[in-house]
Structure formats: structure tokens, C-alpha cells
Design a protein around this ligand. Structure first.
Ligand SMILES: Nc1ncnc2c1ncn2[C@@H]1O[C@H](COP(=O)(O)OP(=O)(O)OP(=O)(O)O)[C@@H](O)[C@H]1O
Ligand SMILES: [Mg+2]
Length: 251
């Protein structure tokens, strides 16, 4: 079933009085239980798509629908993880996670227990009282993943969440996130990730939407049916990487 559908989305930014076309006629859909990646060059408009889904930006053309209704925070719970972990530096780890839960309930005990549970799930228990400045980049990113998951989102949005990490940390976190996503008790069944890393997209996604350089258009989609966990050194893996690279260079 389609969870989310973007139809003919266009975005024009006003840049010092000049119109700057960022997205041109972007259409694609995300099904329930799917892991979809959007791949495109820097500045193409990937984060702009995330901003639209978060309701931070109104597109100048087109629509985003859920079934036959417009996208609305009331009917789809979203969480997001950004490239820089976007933690509050003056709050400790526990509070950084709790703060996402506070608008949802007044039950302080539930807030604390849920925050602690997700801090443990992402493997940083013991650091509840640490401040962001005391954490490594990978640990900070774990906190933001815990914060994003704790609210039980229907759709998890990831905007280049591994791009600022060293290769080992990034690979470990990718695998952990995939394990969580595949576990039946994990809240978001559906993930939409923005990246410019082809291997990462092929390793993680069921479908990759390939964007052109700005103004972003959809160059094509690649469906990936390789069994999971994926062998990133297999011939089949490289064949998919090749097809994505071919689409990207058709721009
Ligand atoms: N608030 C804004 N006002 C004006 N122009 C903007 C604004 N935000 C983004 N843009 C422009 O829109 C285009 C797309 O930006 P966006 O941040 O979506 O790209 P991106 O694909 O996420 O890039 P990156 O991979 O570097 O993160 C860029 O050319 C950028 O300069
Ligand atoms: Mg971006």
C-alpha cells in the first residue's frame, strides 16, 4: 500500500529577490514497510524534500498525499535525523531524548522510562547524564536516533545521517538501524533517507529515487530486491550500484 505520494512537486526559493527553482515536477511514492532513498548531487534539493514533508516549507506546485488525504501531522507521525545531530547542547542525553516526548504526554514516568529504553536500544546507556560536548560524533548521532525513535513515528526521515561519521562508525550505525527497522517491535515501518552515497543507498533501500542536479527532476527509480543482510561485495550488489550510477550520469 502506498503510504505517501509526492505528486508533481515544484519548489521555487526566493533568493535575494531572484527566483531559484529547486525542485521541478518531483513525483514518487513510498509504500508502507519500505525503505526508500533519495539520491542526488549536493544542492539538488534533497533536504528541500525533507522540509516539505516536515511541513516547514510549502511547495509552489504539486501535492503530498496520504491515501486520498493531504499530508498532515495529525495522520502521519514523523521523526527526523539530520546530518549534524541537532542536539540541545545545554541538555544532557536523557533530557535531549525526553524533550521529544514531552509534547505527547504529561506522564513523567512514561517519558523517563521510554527515553531510557531508547537510549539503551541505540547502545549509549550509561551516558544519560552526559552532555553533547562530551560525546563523539557517532554517539551524538545515536542520541538523535534514540530521540527520533522514542516518539514511535510512522515514518522516519533521515537526511544524510551517516555523512559526518568515519567509515567504521557509519557502517556500524547503518547495520544497527537496519536491524532495528527489520525487528517487528520497531516503531517506524517506513523510512525515507536522503543521501549522496550510492553504496549506502544500495545497501539499505528497497527503492532508490535518483534526482538530477538543480532544479531536481526524477531521473529514474531503481528497485532493489537483493536479500538482506546484503553482501556489499557481491557481483549482484555492484550491478545495482552500476545501474544507479548510470542513471545519475544520464543527467
Ligand atoms: N531557504 C532557502 N532560500 C533560498 N534558497 C535555498 C534555501 N534552501 C535551499 N536553497 C537552495 O535550494 C537548492 C537545494 O537545496 P537543498 O538544501 O535542498 O539541497 P541538498 O540536495 O540537500 O544539498 P546537500 O546534499 O548539499 O545537502 C540549493 O541550490 C540551495 O541553494
Ligand atoms: Mg541537504
Amino acid at each position: 500500500m502506498d503510504l505517501l505520494e509526492l505528486k508533481h512537486i515544484g519548489v521555487e526559493y526566493d533568493s535575494n529577490g531572484k527566483k531559484l527553482l529547486s525542485l521541478q515536477d518531483i513525483s514518487f511514492s513510498v509504500r508502507s514497510n519500505q525503505f526508500v532513498s533519495i539520491i542526488g548531487p549536493s544542492g539538488s534539493g534533497k533536504s528541500t524534500i525533507i522540509k516539505i514533508l516536515l511541513g516547514l516549507l510549502k511547495p509552489s506546485a504539486g501535492s503530498v498525499t496520504l491515501g486520498d488525504k493531504p499530508l498532515d501531522p495529525e495522520n502521519l507521525k514523523l521523526s527526523v535525523v539530520f546530518q549534524n545531530s541537532a542536539l540541545f547542547p545545554w541538555l544532557d542525553v536523557l533530557k535531549n531524548v525526553e524533550i521529544a516526548l514531552e509534547p505527547l504526554t504529561k506522564d513523567e514516568n512514561y517519558i523517563k522510562e521510554t527515553a531510557k529504553k531508547f537510549i539503551k536500544i541505540v547502545g549509549i546507556d550509561g551516558f544519560e547524564e552526559a552532555y553533547p560536548r562530551e560525546l563523539s560524533g557517532g554517539m551524538k548521532q545515536r542520541v538523535s536516533i534514540a530521540r527520533a525513535l522514542a516518539t514511535g513515528p510512522d515514518l522516519l526521515l533521515l537526511d544524510e545521517p551517516f555523512a559526518a561519521l568515519d567509515v567504521f562508525t557509519a557502517q556500524a550505525l547503518r547495520e544497527e538501524l537496519l536491524d532495528l527497522w527489520e525487528s517487528p517491535t520497531f516503531p517506524p515501518d517506513t523510512i525515507l533517507m536522503v543521501t549522496h552515497n550510492v553504496d549506502e543507498a544500495v545497501q539499505m533501500s528497497d527503492k532508490i529515487v535518483v534526482l538530477s542536479s538543480r532544479p531536481a527532476r526524477v531521473l529514474g527509480e531503481v528497485n532493489i530486491e537483493l536479500p538482506r543482510p546484503r553482501n556489499t561485495r557481491s557481483e549482484e550488489f555492484y550491478a545495482v550500484v552500476d545501474s544507479v550510477v548510470k542513471l545519475m550520469s544520464s543527467d
